[in-house]
Write a protein that binds this ligand. Structure first.
Ligand SMILES: [Zn+2]
Length: 351
């Protein structure tokens, strides 16, 4: 199996090749959808150091600016998620569209992204996890990063994992292995294991939301900006498909009610936490549809095609990845070419 570093190198080489061949241009008419929904997480100044295993979730303000410039230059029209269903049904639309979405409700979105988005006149959607806005909940992927950052050895006895973590290289390798192991198992085990590593590292569990996420008051301030819309991202950010149906339904329904009550706005959109097929599948798509959401977005990679009008609760997105903050990567993603391979030729990837 390729290490994540080698995989990264391979992707970067692929992006550069595509861009060098101009394949992103000559293939675009075949591979590009009607439009796309971009996913962002953190927008903030670059992280320093060689150990930053969540760096893929973070882009710089300058790169957000370049992304918006390139979208406009290529001819994408920036539309709001509210307008997406009608746009998909509109066969006369001349240009492709782009929707900008931000997951989790990070404070850096307001500090660093909002001014740039406003300057471009761009509408955007923020998907809020209720527990994070309450200043609690588990941003477990960041807890794991910080715990391994402090530990010299990473032990998960129940899994037979016992790894050195003395320098950046060992820490990155340990993070990869532990993350992959825990993501594949039950959520309770993941949360307990990471809580254990945090305690061992002397890190408080469940404290990160207060540091990193917008409070309800800050969200209410943001809601005065008419270009911002809000979507539900559940109560506690679980991988829904790993839980029973009643739990999943409550996580989705109650978070939308809470958001709507706190912000005094209707909540029409949902983003499935984590959002890959192990976290959101047919059952979750049906729940979102039955609860009356206008759209629900996954993290399955891909462009949006006109056929998605029949799959509005299983929409793919294109993640603007912090590991590839350059124009070649961006042009490839906007062309849709990489998704033909990643989705094995399937345009929709909704099953
Ligand atoms: Zn999330």
């Amino acid at each position: 199996m390729l290490s994540s570093r080698n995989r990264r190198r391979l992707f970067r080489a692929g992006f550069a090749t595509l861009s060098g061949l101009r394949a992103d241009r000559w293939l675009a008419p075949a591979s590009r959808g009607t439009g796309l929904i971009l996913t962002f997480h953190h927008v903030r100044p670059p992280e320093l150091g060689d150990y930053a295993p969540n760096a893929l979730l973070s882009i710089t303000p300058a790169f957000l600016d370049r992304t918006l410039q390139l979208l406009k230059k290529i001819g994408f029209e920036l539309i709001s998620l509210d307008d997406l269903p009608a746009r998909l049904a509109d066969e006369d639309a001349a240009s492709p569209f782009a929707v900008l979405t931000f997951d989790d409700g990070y404070r850096d979105n307001v500090e660093h992204a909002a001014p740039i988005l406003a300057r471009h006149g761009a509408p955007w959607t923020l998907f809020v996890t209720a527990a994070f806005a309450d200043g609690r909940g588990r941003l477990w992927w960041i807890e794991l990063e910080r715990a391994i950052g402090r530990l010299e050895r990473v032990r998960l006895p129940h899994a037979g994992i016992d790894l050195p973590a003395r320098d950046a290289e060992e820490k990155n390798a340990a993070f990869d292995i532990v993350y992959r192991h825990l993501r594949a198992g039950p959520e309770e085990v993941l949360l307990q294991s990471i809580a254990g590593l945090c305690r061992e590292a002397g890190i408080a569990v469940g404290d990160l939301a207060r540091e990193l996420c917008l409070t309800w008051n800050e969200l209410r301030d943001l809601s005065r900006d008419a270009r911002v819309s809000f979507g539900a991202h559940t109560l506690s950010h679980p991988m829904l498909a790993k839980h029973d149906s009643a739990f999943a339904t409550r996580e989705i329904a109650a978070s939308a009610e809470r958001l709507s009550a706190e912000l005094g706005r209707p909540v029409r959109h949902l983003s499935y936490p984590v959002g890959d097929p192990t976290s959101a599948g047919l059952r979750e798509f049906a729940i979102a549809r039955q609860l009356g959401f206008a759209t629900a977005v996954t993290t399955r990679p891909g462009h949006v095609f006109s056929e998605h009008v029949d799959h509005l609760h299983a929409l793919p997105r294109v993640s603007v990845n912090g590991l590839y903050q350059d124009e070649a990567a961006l042009r490839s993603l906007l062309s849709g070419v990489p998704f033909l391979a990643w989705n094995r030729g399937r345009r929709l990837n909704v099953a």
